[in-house]
Design a protein around this ligand. Sequence first.
Ligand code: DP6
Length: 328
Amino acid sequence: MSVEVVCRASPSLALIKYWGKTGGGEARRRSRRGDNRPATPSLAVTLGGVSTETRVREAERDEVYLDGVLQDAERFAVFFERLRRHLGTGLHFRAESHNDFPSAAGLASSSSGFAALAAACSRLAGRELPAGELSDLARTGSASAARSLFGGFVLLPAGARRARALWGPEFWPELRILVAVVTRAAKPISSRQAMEATRTGSPYYRQWLKSSAALLPRALEALERRDLEQLGEAVLLSYSRMHAAMLSASPPILYWLPLTVAVIDACRRLRQEGIGAWETIDAGPQVKVLCLERDLERIRRRLGGLDSSLELLPCYPGPAPRCEVRER
Ligand code: DP6
């Protein structure tokens, strides 16, 4: 009888964004070696309501399938090597992963994907590592994945190897995040490539780093007080400046589609009407709207009226990854 480990993890939505890696000209080589450390601090909420499920079992060689499609082994090679070294095992892994939300479209699927993979492989190797150690391993695959090892509200400081939990999901149960899926198509350029192009090609990159460091304490203070308006203002600045920096790269990077802009505009109008709808956008065209539970339906109706193709997924502060060991 063989054993299979099934882990479910939720994506990490950054309120204050990670965009760029430490290490100057070395950054690219270092991210290939797995030293994938962020140049900006990020503050995130783990999204309940959407998740990645990853099943792992022992295999002859490492293989990762996402929604049935075999993934490029190179993307995972450094991660698996480091994982084996850390676990002191010679095991190889076959992983099958499914997202219940669009993959590679700017919904942070790599965050939940690598978090679930790190947790599942460690369990298969017979180890129950503390979340901090798993966070460090998951960062090797994707820095945002370091945050997905924790539920609730999570901080990944600039230059850090692991994230840490600030508050659990119960800290702000009324908070909602409405994910507006503008398109299910994969994004034209990966976040990894786009952040490197921003670092090397944007004259504003240094300013972006400075402004992120300055936004973090503002956002933390607002979050501590559960003050949506103050937090929302910092969230708006973080994503706008991140996209402004991308847009100033050479060649410019623009992920937004017409419907992305329509959602931004609808949120602005809602705020003018006194409804707290604070949007944020990652490396893709999708928009995530922070709001309170009491305003969710109204915001949903307004956004739903923009275009019949717009998919709306209501999310909330979600849990840490959960794993189960099964006999096959
Ligand atoms: C815009 O974590 O996908 O979502 O570390 O190169 O794998 P790598 O990048 P990734 O980038 C996430 C960027 C972001 C912002 C964020 O999640 O903080």
